[in-house]
Design a protein around this ligand. Structure first.
Ligand code: NAD
Ligand code: TDX
Length: 334
């Protein structure tokens, strides 16, 4: 099978590539990635001789047409993915997440290629802390940020291309991922690498915002389950019942690193900061038989801390740039 993975040099895409080569050695794998600041080609170095890595833009119609003409399956991870960046400058989010997805859809339409679209639970907006409900496949879209609105728009393009043109596509909306090879701008790697660098972790606002954490390998196993067993045109939510508030995450990282649980700072809140995400993944579990393997968040977090401690060379170069960006807007408030 010829598989095209977009964004395969980023966090989730690279983990997907590594796991796919391990579990499905017969797959012929091409990665299309623009190699933005968020990419790490080093992650793919150990498998460089087993894949074709094409440096290019998903919004390049000639390039995507050529690559998709020769593919049996496209798994689309490429995106601008960080909410804080989307607040500073939304333009790349509109271009990559909307125009890029449109460009891929036109190519899979022309060549009638199976397409799986990777998306996020953020398309559903947020929930109150005391709201007992969780997101399901029928929750109305209500995105808050430039990032989540462009992801929501890209999902809607996929749905329209399925309905209007019969494109053979599925969509998955997953909760917050953690694990190895995640960029240091994101919450968990930022706090882990702060602690490892002797810097105090930084909590936005009151630190009570809740995210529903899932290990990246569980996400990627669910993606393969949907590709193999999902119904064309359908959407599946991926989540591992991992709701934890941000303050608890930081306190756990500090404790695992042998530091006082209160050695963190509160900083300026993110504008429009979503309060809580929560996924009900019943459909994926009951209809397609998926279940997560990482069910103990504390031990998954501990393994992730160990990974960043053992792989400082992987993240050190990006750390300075990420912190310099944060320093332009962030102030300690407590
Ligand atoms: P990431 O930022 O780590 O990686 C994105 C990759 O896409 C990078 O390698 C980058 O170079 C590439 N890319 C960006 N623009 C491109 C373009 N125009 N053309 C080609 N390549 C381009 O992101 P991630 O966290 O791995 O997220 C991957 C996907 O999963 C995204 O679609 C994101 O919306 C979705 N998602 C992420 C999470 C999460 O918690 N990180 C949760 C749910 C869904
Ligand atoms: O330094 C920080 N301090 C802090 O308190 C950072 C970077 C974040 N936060 C908070 C904001 C969020 O409540 O931590 C939470 C997680 O933040 P991010 O890692 O920026 O993730 P989030 O905004 O929840 O979005 C993530 O999950 C859904 C991914 O970045 C998206 O790509 C995905 O779609």
């Amino acid at each position: 099978m010829k598989l095209l993975v977009t964004g395969g040099a980023g966090f989730i895409g690279a983990n997907f590539v590594l796991r796919t080569l391990e579990q499905r050695p017969d797959v012929q794998l091409t990665v299309l990635d623009k190699l933005t600041y968020a990419a790490s080609p080093a992650t793919l170095a150990p498998v460089a001789d087993r894949i074709t890595l094409v440096e290019g833009d998903i919004a390049d119609a000639a390039l995507t047409d050529r690559l998709i003409a020769d593919a049996d399956l496209v798994v689309h991870f490429a995106a601008e993915s960080h909410n804080d960046n989307s607040l500073a400058d939304p333009s790349a989010f509109v271009q990559t997440n909307l125009v890029g997805t449109y460009t891929l859809l036109e190519a899979v339409r022309r060549h009638d290629v199976r397409y799986h679209h990777i998306s996020t639970d953020e398309v559903y907006g947020d929930l109150d802390l005391d709201d007992p409900s969780r997101f399901t496949e029928s929750t109305p879209y209500n995105p808050s940020s430039p990032y989540s609105s462009t992801k929501a728009g890209s999902d809607l393009l996929v749905r329209a291309w399925v309905r209007s043109f019969g494109v053979p596509a599925t969509i998955s909306n997953c909760s917050n991922n953690y694990g190895p090879y995640q960029h240091v701008e994101k919450f968990i790697p930022r706090q882990i690498t702060n602690v490892l660098s002797g810097v105090r972790p930084k909590l936005y606002g009151d630190g009570r915002n809740v995210r529903d954490w899932i290990h990246v390998d569980d996400h990627n196993d669910a993606v393969w389950t949907i590709i193999e067993k999902g119904e064309i045109g359908e959407t599946y939510l991926i989540g591992a019942d991992g709701e934890v508030d941000n303050r608890t995450v930081v306190e756990t990282i500090l404790e695992l690193a042998g530091q006082p649980r209160d050695a963190f700072d509160f900083v300026t809140d993110r504008p429009g900061h979503d309060r809580r995400y929560a996924i009900d993944s019943t459909r994926l579990r009951t209809e397609l038989g998926w279940s997560p393997r990482y069910t103990d968040f504390r031990s998954g977090l501990s393994a992730t801390l160990d990974w960043y401690r053992d792989n400082a060379a992987w993240w050190q170069a990006a750390k300075g740039d990420a912190e310099a960006k944060y320093a332009t807007t962030e102030q300690v408030i407590g």
